[in-house]
Write a protein that binds this ligand. Structure first.
Ligand code: SF4
Length: 184
């Protein structure tokens, strides 16, 4: 029994946004970029056991110009922050970022002057992945959630409206320094 027998006859309707989102989510290419111990789990995600190739993303690109997904795998030092930003700026648009692990998401247990307290200070983050380190299964789950987000990304004026809404929310959010944690 082939796929043809499952499909209804006639024609199918969709939107340009739906079609673009479907193709984009199925062709993510991550930049080769690992900062600390979380990167080991990310490498394992690209190996044969977890097989990221199933999602059209088997090639981790060595050049940011050929990549549209940045997986920030590990803590970001202040020295590394401008390098990370430059790589992000050189990546093709549209692009997405996953903060992998507690260090990339919030600085984690490295509550000191050397470590950026969350990579969202440097680049916009689409998905925050908790854990220390997150297992490759968790990264797979984050990728699937990102797929869902990409599929529903608006285009044109809707995209501009969505960006403005996100910016307003970001401006209204309390500063990180006001988020008093256990270590402060
Ligand atoms: S979250 Fe844990 S495993 Fe990941 S970089 Fe930080 S200390 Fe290492």
């Amino acid at each position: 029994m082939g796929l043809e027998e499952k499909l209804p006859s006639g024609f199918a309707l969709s939107t340009v946004e739906g079609l673009a989102g479907y193709m984009r989510k199925a062709s993510l290419w991550p930049a080769t970029f690992g900062l600390a111990c979380c990167a080991i789990e990310m490498m394992s995600f690209g190996g044969p056991k977890y097989d990221s190739a199933r999602f059209g993303m088997e090639v981790f690109r060595a050049s940011p110009r050929q990549a549209d997904l940045m997986i920030v795998a590990g803590r970001v030092s202040n020295k590394m922050a401008p390098v990370l930003r430059q790589i992000y700026d050189q990546m093709a648009n549209p692009k997405w970022v996953i903060a992998m692990g507690v260090c990339a998401s919030s600085g984690g247990m490295f509550n000191n002057y050397a470590i950026v307290q969350g990579v969202d200070h440097v680049v916009p983050v689409d998905i925050y992945l908790p854990g220390c380190p997150p297992r490759p299964e968790m990264l797979l789950d984050a990728i699937l959630k990102l797929h869902d987000k990409i599929r529903h990304t608006p285009l044109g004026v809707d995209a501009v409206r969505e960006e403005m809404r996100a910016e307003q929310l970001a401006l209204a959010a309390p500063p990180t320094s006001a988020n008093i944690g256990l270590l402060r």
